[in-house]
Design a protein around this ligand. Structure first.
Ligand SMILES: [Mn+2]
Length: 321
């Protein structure tokens, strides 16, 4: 069983497959969908039968692209090969992880997370801005020039995982691959508008009602907004329509930590935390929640003023002097 393969070997072995299921990670993002969608096209171009599998449904915003309507929660029968894209562990595949682990055919894993556990028979892991960088190189190694659909799918993955080419892991090679994808027919405008700019009228109305609740604490280093049940009703919006509001607070130059308080029921708030540096995982942990250093969440009970007092006190503990 190979631990790590070079790309030529990985591509040569994958080319032996006839019927392949390509696995995305749970709660799919643009990179895992972009990588799976492009791989699906590439494998089809090679005359193979390919299927995209994801344990969770594809978020609405990605369904603008026909390609992602081919994502299934069911795993097809009779596959000789399973391929995981953008999954650092089998657990990342969610409910599909068990099927991957117990599969008796050949298993492949291509990923850009350094924490990858090399769980397949063939593994290709390299730190990149996005898994889609690696899928482009896989296509080249398999002798395929991505068509416009595959190229757009790869660019979509790179754009979403690299923050539109703004993260620190973007380098000359990332942009060289993006340039190649443009040559294959990809373009940023469609991705940028459909994923990052476009919003519904309902979301805009909810935003207009929510932003006046904005407050600042600790010399404007912590900011919070509240999405109330009343405002959700007024805007005829769902809690999910407030996605991204918290990130907007973080655009304030002095703000280091931002919070969005979602009123779940009277005296119960679901809190999303974002940070430019201070450890908000530690903040959320104080209330039984958690996540990542820069993005985390928790629930706090109590009346609004009480919840805000507690939260701002805790955040204060993690702001550096
Ligand atoms: Mn990724």
């Amino acid at each position: 069983m190979a631990r790590e393969n070079d790309m030529t070997e990985f591509a040569r072995e994958l080319a032996k497959a006839q019927k392949i299921a390509v696995f995305c990670h749970m709660r799919p993002d643009g990179d895992t969908l972009g990588a799976a969608g492009a791989t699906y096209r590439i494998l089809q171009a090679l005359g193979k039968r390919a299927y995209i599998v994801c344990a969770d449904p594809v978020p609405e915003k990605f369904l603008y692209w026909e390609l992602y309507k081919n994502v299934h929660t069911e795993i097809p029968t009779g596959c000789d090969t399973f391929l995981a894209v953008d999954c650092s562990t089998e657990e990342r595949m969610g409910d599909a992880g068990y099927a991957f682990r117990t599969f008796r055919g050949r298993k492949f894993n291509i990923d850009h997370h350094i924490s990858n556990t090399y769980y397949a028979d063939y593994n290709y892991v390299e730190e990149r801005s996005a898994c889609c960088e690696l899928i482009y190189e896989l296509a080249v190694a398999m002798g395929i020039t991505p068509d416009a659909v595959a190229a757009q799918s790869l660019l979509l993955g790179i754009c979403t995982d690299s923050g539109s080419f703004s993260h620190s892991d973007v380098n000359e090679r990332t942009l060289a691959i993006a340039a190649k994808l443009y040559g294959c027919g990809a373009n940023m405008e469609e991705i940028s508008y459909n994923l990052f700019k476009k919003q519904t009228k309902v979301r805009m109305l909810l935003s207009n009602l929510t932003m006046p609740t904005m407050r600042f604490y600790h010399n404007d280093r912590f900011s919070a907004i509240v999405v109330t049940k009343k405002n959700l009703e007024r805007a005829n919006a769902l809690p999910s329509d407030s996605e991204g509001f918290v990130d907007y607070l973080l655009t304030v130059d002095t703000v280091e930590v931002a919070a969005c308080l979602m009123e779940m029921k009277p005296e119960q708030y679901k809190i999303s935390l974002r940070s430019k540096g201070p450890d908000v995982n530690a903040v959320a942990s104080c209330y039984g929640g958690g996540g990542h250093v820069l993005a985390s969440g928790c629930m706090i009970q109590g009346d609004l003023e009480e919840v805000l007092d507690k939260l701002s006190y805790t955040v204060g503990q993690y702001l550096e002097d």
